[in-house]
Ligand binder design. Structure first.
Ligand SMILES: Nc1nc2c(ncn2[C@@H]2O[C@H](COP(=O)(O)OP(=O)(O)OP(=O)(O)O)[C@@H](O)[C@H]2O)c(=O)[nH]1
Ligand SMILES: [Mg+2]
Length: 128
């Protein structure tokens, strides 16, 4: 199983990009699952389910979502392996802007809205 982490500021288009990408992966018979991390609220799981994608979500509550990611990633990988996934994608908004939801040697994608402002790369720090 391969793992890819997708991050980006809230509402930047992460879920839209992932769903479009999975459509073409499915056509190649690649089994994909998603784990969505967020802080307080997300309905992305509903969007993924509607698209017929296996999904699990985790809300970090009062904890930084990137730290929550780090402390849950092993369980997430086990979930992917149990479901015989070829590809596991994590989606996280990286909300604290001081940490990042990335792992060494694991492919990472950062989605930013090209209208979000010229200084966005400086503001979102290690996420980019
Ligand atoms: N115009 C335009 N709208 C887009 C594009 N991509 C996504 N959207 C819209 O932007 C909104 C947010 O997109 P999502 O894909 O849910 O963004 P997200 O980063 O997953 O959001 P969160 O997970 O809630 O942080 C939705 O209403 C999308 O339909 C795009 O390329 N162009
Ligand atoms: Mg999303």
């Amino acid at each position: 199983m391969k793992l890819i982490t997708v991050s980006g500021p809230p509402s930047s288009g992460k879920t839209s990009l992932i769903i479009k990408t999975i459509e073409s992966l499915k056509a190649q018979n690649i089994k994909v699952g998603i784990v969505k991390f967020d802080c307080l609220y997300t309905d992305d799981d509903v969007l993924y389910e509607k698209a017929g994608i296996l999904v699990k979500k985790g809300l970090s509550g009062s904890v930084c979502p990137d730290h929550f990611f780090a402390s849950n990633i092993e369980e997430v990988v086990q979930w992917g392996q149990t479901n015989n996934l070829d590809l596991l994608i994590t989606e996280s908004a990286g909300l604290c802007n001081r940490c990042s939801p990335y792992l060494k040697d694991i492919k990472a994608v950062c989605v930013i809205d090209n209208l979000s402002g010229i200084n966005t790369p400086k503001k979102i720090g290690p996420m980019l």
